[in-house]
Design a protein around this ligand. Structure first.
Ligand SMILES: [Zn+2]
Ligand SMILES: [Zn+2]
Length: 438
């Protein structure tokens, strides 16, 4: 929570001017800060990015890019063909979250909306996708201004619905690969709520996990709560399953293989004295390895069915276990050698040198950016993380002081000026390298 100072435009310009690849004018820097604040104040939920997509189309057209709208829903593709040479994709996501902002910033979102699955709530760019878009526009501006220095093709992919895990899939299904040049390099950045501004982090190899959503309908035989012996209670059965699932990761999976089985939702029953007919469970299942994935999913089904059998449920009332194969999201794997190369290139070119590039361990979160890499397996792919928090606040948190809000928190407030500057600098360094420039 850092209110913008009145000299924000000037300090932004000074910050940019201090970078290796400065923006040309104070106007550009002030314009990007203004764009960021406007995007932040006007967030739109997944699949509803109508105005955000229109704004992105307008920004890229104004820069001189060839813009295609409505690619896989509200997706926007901005193309710059600048002679023979490598093709680079740069992806930024556009959707916001059903989170009611509590940052107290003067440009905080006051937007409210009702998501398709949930109640009305505030809407907030709590995952920093407003930063990703601003960095994309700034990167596009700088690279087109430098077009005499390089040749090749840039494809900016403004993606909707990342938070649903469906936007990348929709853009690919709408012919992204057939309609636009096939990339040799695919890049994206994601904000980091625990990393200091001026820094980025790189994770060679796996960075985000593979995710499955599993629904279980635990069936019972309903009756009166006073006569449980004449019923089969699905609430007790579901409770046994939830506990039994805890042994999958701890007892069946190798301790050396990362895995998560979380029961995120449990709903059943209507009244104190009624034994209901069913309980519904919703699980998220995460790992990195295909064999582990098969083990986790098979174990969930086995435990669910046999727990029901142990309770005396007849074969025709066993639980129904469904894995949403169409919603499964593959693991995001940064190309290992390329990530090491990118680490060296960033360390050599960022103003802070090697100290500005951190190494980061993989996480069990997920990102549908993975699908672009799966769709173009021969391409080099990298998502790096962008520091957004004032260094002094990171230091306090690391010393055990005030904890930092995570992404998706209503209190997550990136420090925009240095975040935008470092995001653009890092992305331009990697794109120029991918185009064969220094
Ligand atoms: Zn998110
Ligand atoms: Zn995100």
């Amino acid at each position: 929570m850092r209110p913008m100072k009145t000299t924000a435009a000037l300090s932004l310009a000074l910050f940019f001017a201090s970078l290796v690849l400065p923006l040309r004018a104070q106007d550009d820097a002030a314009r990007l800060l203004s764009l960021y604040k406007q995007l932040h104040a006007a967030p739109e939920l997944s699949r509803e990015e109508v105005h955000t997509a229109a704004r992105m189309a307008q920004e890229f057209k104004a820069l001189g890019y060839a813009v295609t709208e409505q690619v896989g829903g509200h997706g926007v593709v901005a193309l710059l063909e600048n002679g023979a040479g490598p093709v680079v994709w740069i992806r930024a996501d556009m959707d916001a979250l059903p989170v009611t902002e509590e940052t107290g910033l003067d440009y905080a979102s006051k937007v409210r909306a009702k998501s398709s699955a949930g109640p009305e709530s505030g809407v907030m760019h709590a995952c920093g996708h407003d930063m990703h878009m601003t960095v994309a526009v700034g990167t596009a501006a700088r690279l087109i201004a430098q077009r005499a220095q390089w040749s090749g093709t840039l494809v900016f992919i403004l993606q909707p619905a990342e938070e649903l895990g469906s936007g990348a899939k929709a853009m690919l299904a709408d012919g992204l690969l057939a309609r636009f040049p096939r990339p040799a390099t695919i890049l994206a950045e994601h904000v980091d709520a625990a990393l200091a501004t001026g820094r980025v982090s790189v994770t060679p190899g796996p960075i985000f996990a593979c995710v499955d959503s599993v629904d279980i309908t635990v069936r019972g035989v309903g009756g009166h709560g006073a006569y449980p012996h004449r019923a089969k209670d699905p609430v007790v059965l579901a409770a046994q399953m939830v506990l039994a699932f805890q042994t999958i990761v701890s007892r069946e999976n190798s301790p050396l293989e990362p895995a998560v089985v979380t029961v995120g939702s449990i709903h059943g029953g209507t009244k104190h004295n009624v034994i209901g007919e069913e309980v519904k469970l919703q699980l998220t299942v995460r790992c990195y390895d295909a064999k582990v994935r098969a083990l986790l999913l098979a174990s969930i089904k086995r435990i669910a069915e046999h727990t029901a059998r142990a309770a005396g449920m007849p074969e025709d009332r066993l639980p129904m276990v469904s894995v949403h194969e169409d919603e499964a999201l593959g693991a995001l794997v940064n190309t290992p050698e390329y990530a090491e190369h990118a680490t060296r290139v960033l360390a050599a070119a960022l103003p802070g040198g090697a100290a500005s590039v951190a190494r980061r361990a993989p996480e069990m979160g997920a990102e549908d950016f993975a699908l672009f890499g799966i769709a173009v397996p021969e391409a080099r792919l990298l998502m790096f993380r962008l520091g957004t928090i004032p260094p002094e606040r990171v230091a306090i948190a690391e010393a055990g002081g005030a904890a930092l809000p995570s992404i998706h928190s209503p209190r997550y407030a990136p420090d925009p000026i240095p975040s935008i500057a470092t995001g653009i600098a890092a992305m331009c360094i990697l794109v120029r390298d991918a185009l064969g420039l220094r």
